[in-house]
Design a protein around this ligand. Structure first.
Ligand code: CP
Length: 323
């Protein structure tokens, strides 16, 4: 089942699920970014809390590993006053053969209102969204190589905080584009928000098929792709989504595509460096760039909680009038 078969919106136009950024309008994305910005606090300051989600139960169902997304969804839900259940899939009845849908129906019977799903198989978030009760929302926390919508939003928020605008920016997304759900969601966000000069940079084997990433310029040369960009977004090699034979040699990859200080100097002097993490230091990015003055990688992580608070508040806040 593809995402296109499930409408993310309710009949009244409000957002019920978040499975992809592909079909969201600029106004919808900006509304979520503005809400997320209202939840951002400097490190060391107490995080914002509220009772917006009091009486709501959020379940995290992650069948692929995660640090940032799982923890930040949990923190986001708790800071809004929700009850949170983290299903340990390896300790659940999934290992006895229970299907994803039977697991979901069980959680629904236990009064779970929001299912946050990460799965290696394309179509799983849409399958769940198409089968839950009308009051239940499904949020994708990363679907195969297809989409990672809250990551796309937090990437857009990070760019907006540092560059104040999207029009006129040049953004290069570099690395394993073919297997990257982050690249796809960030591309949808940046394109909808008005970034005109979007570039994807990868060796030919890691370049996605056309017509995906329509409107992006394609570069196999890192130097050409980085020339005068405002934002460099580096990606991890998705070893788990490729066969052993397709794996690039790590040393050779770093020589050709690793972001070093010398290569970063091809971008604008005020360019920012992003990476969704987890990072492979010394393969796609040098440590002195990852930890350097142009890196905003830790801002991305901080923004993840704010974005997930905004999405949870949006789908639940708009539910009462519609269901
Ligand atoms: N960026 C991201 O999705 O990180 P995790 O896999 O740790 O959640």
């Amino acid at each position: 089942m593809s995402e296109a078969q499930v409408d993310q919106r309710r009949k009244d136009g409000t957002l019920r699920h978040l499975l992809t950024l592909e079909h969201l309008s600029r106004a919808e994305i900006e509304r979520l970014l503005n809400k997320a910005q209202s939840f951002v606090r400097p490190l060391g300051a107490p995080p914002p809390t509220s009772n917006t989600l009091a009486g709501v139960t959020v379940a995290n169902l992650f069948t692929e590993p995660s640090t940032r997304t799982r923890v930040s969804f949990e923190l986001a839900a708790k800071r809004l006053g929700a009850d949170v259940v983290n299903l340990e899939v390896q300790l659940s009845s999934r290992v006895k053969g229970e299907s994803m849908l039977d697991t979901v129906y069980t959680l629904q019977s236990l009064h779970v209102d929001v299912m946050v799903i990460r799965d290696a198989e394309a179509g799983v978030p849409a399958l769940v969204a198409g089968n839950v009760a009308p009051h239940v929302s499904v949020l994708s926390a990363g679907e195969a190589h297809v989409s990672h919508p809250t990551q796309g939003l937090l990437d857009a928020l990070t760019v907006r905080q540092h560059k104040k605008r999207f029009e006129g920016l040049a953004i290069a997304i570099v690395g394993d584009i073919r297997h990257s759900r982050v690249a796809r969601s960030s591309f949808h966000a940046f394109r909808t928000l008005g970034v005109a000069d979007l570039r994807i940079v990868a060796p030919a084997v890691l370049m996605p098929e056309e017509p995906e990433f329509e409107g992006c310029s394609r570069h196999t040369s890192l130097a050409a792709g980085l020339k005068d960009v405002d934002v460099v977004m580096m990606l991890r090699i998705q070893k788990e989504r490729m066969g052993q034979a397709d794996l690039p040699d790590a040393d050779r990859y770093f020589v050709q595509y690793g972001l070093t200080p010398e290569r970063l100097s091809l971008a604008r002097p005020d360019a920012i460096v992003m990476h969704p993490q987890p990072m492979n230091r010394g393969i796609e990015i040098a440590s002195d760039v990852a930890d350097g003055r142009q890196s905003v990688i830790r801002d991305q992580v901080r923004n993840g909680v704010a974005v997930r608070m905004a999405v949870l508040a949006d789908v639940i806040g708009s539910r009462s009038s519609a269901t």
